[in-house]
Write a protein that binds this ligand. Sequence first.
Ligand code: 3EB
Length: 332
Amino acid sequence: MSSEPLLDRPGDRDDPNAPTLTPLRIAFEPADPAAVAVQADVLAVIGFGAAALPDDPRCLRVGLEPVGAALLEVWRSRGPVRTGRDGEIRWSSDGDYTFFSIEVPEDAVDAIGAAAEHLYRRLGEWLGQRPLHVLRLWNYFDAINEGDGDAERYRRFCTGRVAGMQGLFGGDYPAATVIGRKDGVRSLQVYGLAARRAGRPVENPRQLSAWRYPRDYGPTAPRFARAMRAPSGQILISGTAAIVGHASRHRDDVAAQLGETLANLDSVCAAAGAATPLGEGSVLKVYVRREADAEQVTRGVRDHLAGGGEAMLLIGEVCRRELLVEIDGSHG
Ligand code: 3EB
């Protein structure tokens, strides 16, 4: 289908006085995907677990099981939204924001590493032809903790990702999430949000920047920013867990890990200059390793949001085995 470059809105390209982008509206909705996908302002519809979604570049199914009601994650922008496919990449865009996704099967020997390298190389080629700034990336694949030491699949993913990225983001990495699925499907799924203006990457003063992690955590440090202040002012928060400095905290204690995770979220939002604390305007995805922890974690998150915001719980595996919970999302 279309491979024309995504056009800027006329008039304000590179104009420093131009207004910032309007915020992307992100919500969890109990809606019929086929009905949502045809709405002109819908940029993305992400369904989890057994969700059945139309064959449309705006729609993506992720094989993470939701806990409780199956909700769709819906992104709305100014619109109208156009869609297309360029080889393995599916995209939708209203000119301000672009949603893109790509899925690569694991079929080689170093399957996850090779899939990550191929995927990021392909993504880099595609992005290189377009005036897009990547704000946020999500990565999902099966059995993230399988394999020991440097053979662990997450570590091989990290090495393949860096090999494929090459100079893609310079030193300004997007915010990101990497979570393991448990669906037995050996394919790497990546989707992301880009904009026609750059955001500002934000680090967390409580945590060492991921690209500085010491060798103990693998041969290739992960490359992502702890959050991205979007050109709308919105804060896009990376997957965040109970890591302080570079060390995992509170082994075997999910309540304490959740507390540390929430402290990290508060800290990164403050560093990003959030006007308000987490609560109203927060939309969070909460990944728990063990379904048995879901109720307790839900309660803890809701308390922290103080009656505002939204949270969706998913069963997902964090990239370090000892970590039981991870949270990502947006604020503002
Ligand atoms: C961490 O803070 C937890 O490899 O891109 C979170 C977000 C994590 C992104 C990545 C990893 C990544 O290190 C794990």
